[in-house]
Design a protein around this ligand. Structure first.
Ligand code: C5P
Length: 219
């Protein structure tokens, strides 16, 4: 089974408050994007394509290993993944889409996703239980309902797909379909069941400065 990894790294990282795109921000002295690429490889992915912001293309190329393909991403995560998917070679059987913003994802998580795909799943996501009470609020911030906790899950990356399934699901999207925040939603919108495997707290997404401080501590 030939596996291609796609790293979505074309976001601005405004919420992190850095002057650089988030994926170039350093953790333990290395850019986040390099951590994400290395964990995909350590988990068993054969080759990697990274989607980057156009203005910083050269800066990304300078820090990434020479055998990593670099493509220019888009205005939305969906557009970035679409661009990288177009660059993924057709020899790939499966595609794992990963956030550059999850640098410390243990290789075990990638292994679980790959094994589920090898076992016949067409789409699989790593998930964790929800530990907080989760509510719905109205526009004024007043709670108008709560969600039953047992069936809720937090979804992480990498998300794994049979390549043809993912390509077909993206082909059905009109424009950049900004409502999608991950790839499993794109595939589910095409009617494909999405399976789950255990995620890992260490695969947490770095969004705000506190998350980066926690990751430094974790190292
Ligand atoms: O914004 P958020 O943290 O949800 O982004 C998740 C991942 O998607 C990040 O690694 C980010 O670099 C990537 N992204 C992208 N292209 C965009 C927006 C986000 O590749 N236009």
């Amino acid at each position: 089974m030939h596996a291609v990894g796609i790293v979505a790294a074309a976001g601005s990282g405004l919420r992190l408050g850095a002057e650089l795109p988030k994926a170039l921000v350093r953790l333990g002295g290395r850019p986040l994007v390099c951590w994400a690429v290395e964990s995909l490889r350590a988990g068993g992915v054969d080759e990697v394509v990274v989607a980057v912001p156009e203005p910083q293309r050269a800066a990304f190329t300078a820090v990434l290993p020479a055998d990593v393909a670099v493509v220019v991403g888009g205005d939305t995560r969906t557009a970035s993944v679409r661009a990288a998917l177009a660059a993924a070679r057709e020899l790939a059987d499966v595609v794992l889409v990963h956030d550059a913003a999850r640098p410390l994802t243990p290789p075990d998580v990638i292994g679980r996703v790959l094994r589920a795909l090898a076992g016949g799943a067409r789409a699989v996501v790593p998930v964790l239980p929800v530990v907080d009470t989760t509510v719905v609020v109205d526009e004024g911030g007043v709670v108008i309902g709560d969600l039953p906790r047992p069936p809720l899950r937090r979804v992480q990356t990498p998300q794994g797909f049979d390549r043809v399934t993912l390509v077909d699901a993206y082909a059905r999207l009109h424009g950049d379909a900004t409502g999608f925040t991950d790839d499993a939603s794109v595939v589910r919108a095409a009617g494909i069941p999405v399976h789950t495997v255990d995620g890992d707290e260490r695969a947490a997404k770095i969004t705000v400065a506190h998350d980066l401080a926690l990751a430094e501590h974790q190292l």
